[in-house]
Write a protein that binds this ligand. Sequence first.
Ligand code: CA
Length: 407
Amino acid sequence: MDALDVLTNIERVIPYFQPIFSADEHSIVGYEVLGRITNTEGVIDTLGPFFNDEEVPDEYKLEVDEKITKLALQKFTDEGQEGFIFLNRDARLLMLDHGESLLTLLKEFETKGLRLNRIVLELSEKTFQGDLDQLVHLLLYYKTYGIKIAIDNVGGNSGSLERISQFSPDILKVDLNLLRNDAGNKMYKDILYSLSILARKIGASLLFEHIEINFQLQFSWLNGGRYYQGYYLQSPSASFLDKEILKQKLKEKCQDYIRYEKKHLEAGYHFADLFHKEISHELIPLKKQCNGYDQLLYELAAFFNDKCFRLYICDENGFQVTSNIEKVNRKWQIQPTFKGKNWSWRPYFLENIMRMRMGKKGLLSDVYSDIDSGESIRTYSYPFGDGLYLFIDLSYEFLFEEDSLLF
Ligand code: CA
């Protein structure tokens, strides 16, 4: 259906509602409003192409958008819905009249019983070329009415994190479309992870959308998703649903994920415990026999040859007091150039030193990418005594073989 057809058949435009589920209650907390049109054969078509088509004049889009919004708000109010209603707005179109017509419309419905703090404005701002300050100003003004701001599709848009924080959004919507399987796109996963950190820092909630398979839901749960949306949960439809429609299913899923993650964490703690004992055991004779720390590490490396590929010792301020003992082409090498380097700038470094000092126990890091090889590794750190700390980088091959240490 071309743009003019949509406009001349505007009475056939209808709103569809896609439920959004909460991670804390496993119930529907709101709906995103989507535009649909019934064609001549009675088939429902999406209006996505119409809104995304740059050839379609702005006035057309505004008119159709207003129609959908009115119908959606009418139904929402008539049926006494209490959750959130998410309305999509293109930042550029919104700014054509400085957001006035939308606010007028919302206020009109306020007199019919709509509470404006139920409105979530889903803003797509990627292509916004206008004055950013004015847009930020408008959104802050909207917020004084209790209207919430969600930034649409931030996943593929990580270059604009600073820009995003300026909006003080309540919700970041992250598209999980690219994340189809466990192997996934590692870089994309890392971007999503950094988004979850950002969301936490700026006090925004994460909403993961386009969840179409179990793995994506599990990923959302593990990465701080407060809200979930997608076909795996529920398709858009013309009506509102029972809030508790998935309560049982989501609760069971959540329990699966918890079981799995606990197993992963337990494996890590279990390994750390055993490894602590093994190292302590080996160190007793080595401390007596060896002439200096480099030689000691060299002997230790040989003993743990199947587990690790790099060892070194730092003082509690992060200054490296030994060489790197590193496996290169399956042979151990002593690399003295690392002596004296400082690692206190690394994330969690001092915090981990403190934890070891207070707890008198070794620690296993999370899984991260080694700077040199790019491989997924973990580091085991160990309180060596005399204010020194031993770091042992565990190899990918070893972690891969050990059940539950990598995933
Ligand atoms: Ca949207």
